[in-house]
Design a protein around this ligand. Sequence first.
Ligand SMILES: NC(=O)c1ccc[n+]([C@@H]2O[C@H](COP(=O)([O-])OP(=O)(O)OC[C@H]3O[C@@H](n4cnc5c(N)ncnc54)[C@H](O)[C@@H]3O)[C@@H](O)[C@H]2O)c1
Length: 334
Amino acid sequence: MKFLITGGAGFIGSNYCHYVVDKYPEDKFVCLDALTYAGNYNNIKSLENKENFKFVHGDITDRDFIDKLFREEQFDVVINFAAESHVDNSIKNPGIFLTTNIIGTQVLMDASLKYNVKRYHQVSTDEVYGDLPLDRPDLLFTEDTPIHTSSPYSSSKAGADLLVGAYYRTFGLPVTISRCSNNYGPYQFPEKLIPVIFSKAMKDEHVPVYGTGENIRDWIHVHDHNVGVDLIVRNGKVGEVYNLGGHSERNNLTVVKTILKQLGKSEDLIEFVEDRKGHDLRYAIDSTKAEKELGWNRTYNFEDGIKETIDWYLNNQDWVEDILNGNYKNAYKD
Ligand SMILES: NC(=O)c1ccc[n+]([C@@H]2O[C@H](COP(=O)([O-])OP(=O)(O)OC[C@H]3O[C@@H](n4cnc5c(N)ncnc54)[C@H](O)[C@@H]3O)[C@@H](O)[C@H]2O)c1
């Protein structure tokens, strides 16, 4: 089978490429990425000589380019990881989120219909469900929780999800959607909480924490997320949504303190900063459906996963430094 993996030079998509290229030598994987500020060719450079892997530089919103790519490659499966993904950026500049996350999804689905793709998978987020109160630990998001978004980012992801559902119902496109909680692991761009803490703390700079740090996220290792996506794509039921969660709720302050402790840094580095506008309080996912229907489960617990992740950043400080000084932009030459 031939797979298109969009956004494959980003955090989750690049981890996905590493996982499947090794696991399925008989399949072919084309990784498409626009290499925006969040895309980093260094994340997948080590795959460039693999026979079943190919990188293509391009934009999912470019209709002519996407049509030509689909015509030439005749994909069996499309997995759309490509997105603008940072909530803070969506508050400053919502427009690009609508273009990439919604129009880009439409362009990919139009080509998937035209060239008879057998499965279109949309990688979505638990943020489409909005948030849960801090004082109701009994409440979890299920696949039936109403869409109720807070940020331009989550609204654009929700808009795309609704469109994916419409292409299934109206045009019969064979779709699936996964909605996952907060990921951590190797290759995460240092704008998100965990690599930000790491890179600031290593330079003994203040580590910013929004508000009082009490907001709760349900942390999942990126590998467990990607195993779930792979199971959904291969064995999931067409037309269905599957939640993937970490079963590891931690508030932001706990995450920061865990990392500082591992790095041997003082908690005095913590600096509480003005809260994010519309900041979601708590996310928590019920993944029973994926567990029962697909036999999916997590292999990491939070403490071991975070330790391994911080060790990865410690062993790959050049990778972080390359981003901070902008050199990563030279990793790919057209
Ligand atoms: N990070 C999380 O915790 C998390 C949780 C749940 C769901 N998700 C979803 O998973 C997906 C991947 O997230 P991530 O954290 O890896 O994001 P990321 O920002 O690290 O990567 C996104 C990738 O998409 C590429 N891209 C952006 N616009 C593009 C375009 N127009 N055409 C082609 N490529 C383009 C970027 O260059 C980048 O490589 C997103 O859809 C996101 O909404 C993320």
